[in-house]
Write a protein that binds this ligand. Structure first.
Ligand SMILES: [Zn+2]
Length: 237
């Protein structure tokens, strides 16, 4: 039986047994509590709870290929994807031949995550990041077009790292510069060109209006979605 956190997401130790099962459920529940205690995290969890599509957190099993990772996996890829656009790889934004186009109908999600693969301070950050992908998949607006500047890989990663950085700012952690975590960000720009930054943020706002408007209310040092914040940017005038 899956557990439900505040009616927003489910979590289920699934195939784990005994001590592993108990420990996974305890730690995931505690991690969700840490996320819920922040304004940023609560907004993301509220967003997940608004969709009829269920997000279920399950253990991350893929130990051989990619031992330290977490993923948000749509049950139906085409339904999770922005309507009419050809599906692209979540890893690097390359076209996936034969995968078809998005329907935008929205999809249920399995979020693969095992907390102790990450240092304790990063456990809620990683889960929150994946939940942003889940929210976009629930609504059928995830979009993996390549973002070449500053190593973000894809639009979906840029969106998730915007929210991750608002959360990092709220809890007093160093901001993430890009998807490869090579450098801490300096200054207020996640992309070097203000025009491109504004366009990327406008795209996120257009695909996820409710979440981005809720996050615009969060008063923290770094919040590119909040008008008046030093990091704010838009192209819409
Ligand atoms: Zn990601």
């Amino acid at each position: 039986m899956p557990h439900t956190f505040m009616g927003k997401v489910q979590f289920d130790a699934d195939m784990l047994t005994n001590d592993d099962r108990f420990q996974w459920e305890q730690t995931v529940g505690a991690t969700l509590n840490r996320i819920w205690e922040s304004y940023t995290g609560r907004n993301v969890l509220e967003e997940l709870g608004l969709s009829p599509k269920i997000v279920k957190i399950v253990p991350y099993y893929d130990t051989v290929k990619d031992p330290i990772n977490a993923t948000s996996q749509a049950r139906n890829q085409r339904d999770s994807y922005y309507p009419e656009r050809p599906l692209r790889s979540a890893v690097d934004g390359s076209l996936e031949p034969g995968a078809g186009v998005g329907t935008g109908r929205g999809s249920a999600v399995r979020l693969n995550y095992t907390p102790w693969r990450f240092p304790k301070a990063l456990q809620p950050v990683v889960l929150l990041h994946e939940m942003v992908h889940s929210a976009e998949q629930q609504r059928g607006v995830i979009f993996n077009m390549t973002v070449h500047s500053a190593c973000f890989d894809t639009v979906a990663e840029f969106d998730a790292i915007v929210v991750e950085n608002i959360y990092r700012s709220e809890i007093g952690m160093e901001l993430a510069k890009d998807h490869h975590r090579q450098y801490p960000m300096t200054g207020n720009r996640m992309l070097p060109q203000e025009g491109e930054l504004g366009a990327r943020l406008d795209s996120f706002r257009a695909r996820m209006p409710h979440l981005t408007q809720a996050l615009a209310q969060v008063r923290v040092g770094f919040n590119p979605l909040r008008p008046g914040n030093p990091a704010y940017a838009t192209r819409a005038r």
